[in-house]
Design a protein. Sequence first.
Length: 259
Amino acid sequence: MNDDKLEVLNQSTYRNKAIVAQYQRRADILPGERFLFQSLKQRLLGSRMLDIGVGGGRTTAYLLDIAQHYTGVDLSQEMVDACKSRFPAHAENFHQCDVRDMSKFDAASFDVALFSFNGLDYIPHQGRLAALQEIRRIVRPGGLFIFSTHLTPSLKSRFAPTANPNSDNWLSDWRLRLLFHWHNLGVRDIDTTPYSLVRDASHNFRLITYYSQPETVLQQLANAGFGAVRTFENYREAELSRESYLTTQLNWAYFAAEA
Ligand SMILES: C[S@@+](CC[C@H](N)C(=O)[O-])C[C@H]1O[C@@H](n2cnc3c(N)ncnc32)[C@H](O)[C@@H]1O
């Protein structure tokens, strides 16, 4: 899977009218997010917050109550327009912007940057590294970067040749597995490569997603200059210890990194 294909496919998916409308309807805060936001509430209260890859504004109402200054950005102009029409009183707080070039924002101009629901995973490898540098630049030292990302070990069961014969849904499991294999014929060595670009089933195989080894996420954060990192679950209210994070089979996890 090459980078150009990733850019074209992912950007067209996030500009698609029906998909934008799906994101615009959502306001649910996931259990892992709620737990993380609660755990860090003192750091978030009254902050200058940047919601990167804001999508249709799922997190906006919740964060407007917590932050002092809330700004939302997205690469997709259609997502930005959806936020402006959803939150007309805050329309001037939403901007079209690529996380890889946030030159419109000064260094250290935010206390907290959020890139929720795996938005970082829809950018190719070099762009991801540039995004981490940019985020480190715009968050003040002592601030926080909160984000989630997909993890490679969870892919093993999807690449495994057999479906669970005891599953109530074994036929649809098989269909999904075949589709998954067909879309990912070129993907190799998921156990050993630091990251893999995978077409998973999200939005009906209309996205190419960056999956990292757990160690890779920590290494990339350290290389970009972030300090201590806490890890959290996604659909359960729980923090992951370092040991459980490094061995997790979760499809994706949440992170809070010190800038
Ligand atoms: C999975 S959606 C999540 C949307 C929203 N954060 C939520 O939780 O509902 C990922 C979002 O990231 C945005 N995105 C992808 N690449 C981006 C980039 N390079 N810069 C800024 N936003 C980007 C997409 O347009 C999309 O709206």
